[in-house]
Design a protein around this ligand. Structure first.
Ligand SMILES: Cc1cc2nc3c(=O)[nH]c(=O)nc-3n(C[C@H](O)[C@H](O)[C@H](O)COP(=O)(O)OP(=O)(O)OC[C@H]3O[C@@H](n4cnc5c(N)ncnc54)[C@H](O)[C@@H]3O)c2cc1C
Length: 454
């Protein structure tokens, strides 16, 4: 009997998952609500529509974004192959003609004999899987309201977020440690935080730039709900010169070792991972444009040359609390026949969505064969991202794209950044090739070469 799987959402993740399963002989029911019902960001009824930029970021294997593409080529990604076929010149980046790209994906899925497309909104996950058919939910950051309601019933209201209000994350080795000091407030729980001390003069200059910097104006965030729940740092600063000094930048309980005194104000940096390779700017959720975040936040002592692994963002983003509800195979811990893929898992970015779609398909296929779902190597960028996204010790989960800040450290460590990044990339690609070789039962589709940089 032919196995069946339901895939919900024909965006980047769902398209990849559907094709990977169909190519392995699984019959796929693919549900896509557009164009009958659309989202606030999509404009067409085509599959894998890119809602914003037409760039899938760098091809350079020495960057995390580039390494991710090379890993996906090793696994034979379908959507990435369509992107390469629709490529337009964009220096070292993979940019596509968005219409050609979506048309290719749509045409190949719609004509695949192993895929039946259902052009309708799916609103009841349990209802559709009579008989226990496995499901992959890939409905993205703009999941329809009716399905979001259904998901809250499935996983609990507190496990689904509707807005993304994230503070920036900076790479640890871009920080000037001479200007920072390690200490937890009142010396509680060790010296986990890094602290950036500010003098009165420095603080006031910072507040001036913060409150006059250019913001991204998003109409849907003008509502009181969001601002009461998670005020952007620049909005708080606008309430009065000292407001932040009594809030996120309060110096109480902190002593600067160089002066032996409490600073006027302190920006705290909290480690993002156990290895301490990336730090979160505590309380700095923001709506400033990315270029302004770079300009203004680099005024913070010790952050003059900060490299941003992620900028702060505020936008509509439906995502689940993956570390608390999903296992390593992206399945619900409470029901391992239901998987999530794409941005709804809290992983962020076009190519990350393609990657999680591919991995969810591999895990579902393994399960159909009666095998354990595979584990991606954590030395790879996709494996490292998924290890973070499904790590139950992660609290206050915020969306993240691939970056070298969350990679397992190299042994021995490499100090020079260029060499370190090249080593991460080399290690990642070896690990993915080994993974493919060891998991022969997963019937991989052919791998392909990524183009070299031009
Ligand atoms: C406004 C905006 C701009 C963005 N810009 C960028 C960018 O420039 N670069 C970048 O890398 N990332 C960007 N992102 C993130 C981007 O959405 C994701 O990277 C990527 O599209 C996620 O892929 P996905 O497959 O998870 O979701 P999507 O590509 O959004 O696909 C989800 C699909 O599910 C369908 N769907 C939803 N609900 C249902 C339902 N109930 N039943 C049936 N179908 C349903 C939708 O119609 C959609 O086709 C942006 C996101 C937003 C919201």
């Amino acid at each position: 009997m032919q196995h069946k799987v339901i895939v919900v959402g024909a965006g980047l993740a769902g398209s990849e998952a559907a094709w990977q399963l169909a190519e392995r002989g699984v019959f796929v029911h693919l549900y896509e609500m557009r164009p009958k019902k659309t989202t606030p960001a999509h404009h067409t009824g085509a599959f894998a529509e890119l809602v914003c930029s037409n760039s899938l970021k760098s091809l350079d294997a020495a960057t995390a974004a580039g390494t991710l593409k090379h890993e996906l080529a090793v696994l034979g990604s379908f959507v990435l192959a369509c992107a390469l076929e629709s490529r337009v010149p964009a220096g070292g980046a993979l940019a596509v003609d968005r219409e050609t790209f979506s048309a290719l994906v749509s045409q190949r899925l719609s004509t695949h004999p192993g895929i039946e497309v259902h052009n309708e909104e799916l609103t009841d996950i349990e209802g559709i899987r009579a008989g226990g058919t496995p499901v992959i939910i890939a409905t993205g950051p703009l999941t329809s309201d009716a399905l979001a309601d259904n998901l809250t019933a499935l996983i609990g209201q507190e496990r689904l977020a509707f807005f993304d209000a994230a503070a920036p994350i900076v790479e640890a080795d871009s920080l000037d440690r001479e200007r920072l000091f390690a200490q937890s407030r009142y010396d509680k729980s060790g010296a986990d935080y890094l602290n950036a001390p500010m003098t009165q003069e420095h603080y006031e200059a910072f507040i001036h730039e913060l409150t006059s910097a250019q913001r991204v104006i998003l109409k849907e965030f003008e509502g009181a709900d969001l601002f009461q729940a998670c005020q952007p740092v620049e909005e708080v600063a606008r309430c009065g010169l000292d407001t932040l000094r009594y809030g996120a930048l309060k110096p109480i309980g902190l002593t600067e070792p160089k002066t032996g005194r409490r600073p006027w104000a302190v920006v705290q940096l909290r480690p993002e991972n156990k290895a301490g390779t990336a730090y979160n700017l505590v309380g700095f959720q923001t709506n400033l444009s990315f270029s302004e975040q770079q300009r203004v936040f680099r005024m913070i002592p010790g952050l003059e040359h900060a490299v941003f692994a992620r900028y702060g963002v505020m936008h509509r983003n439906t995502f689940i609390d993956a570390p608390q509800v999903l296992d390593r195979s992206l399945a619900l811990r409470a029901d391992t026949q239901i998987r999530f893929a794409g941005q709804i898992t809290g992983t962020e970015g076009y190519v990350e969505a393609i990657g999680t779609g591919l991995f969810a398909a591999l895990c579902t296929y393994a399960q159909l064969l009666g095998k354990e779902p595979p584990r991606l190597p954590k030395e790879g960028v996709l494996g490292a991202l998924l290890a973070y996204a499904t790590d139950p010790t992660v609290t206050d989960y915020q969306p993240l794209h691939v970056n070298y800040g969350i990679m397992a450290p190299l042994d021995p460590p490499i100090k020079r950044k260029r060499e370190r990044y090249a080593a991460y990339s080399k290690r990642a690609l070896h690990a993915m090739e080994d993974f493919r070789a060891q998991q022969g039962h997963l019937s991989f589709v052919p791998a392909y070469e990524m183009p070299s940089l031009q």
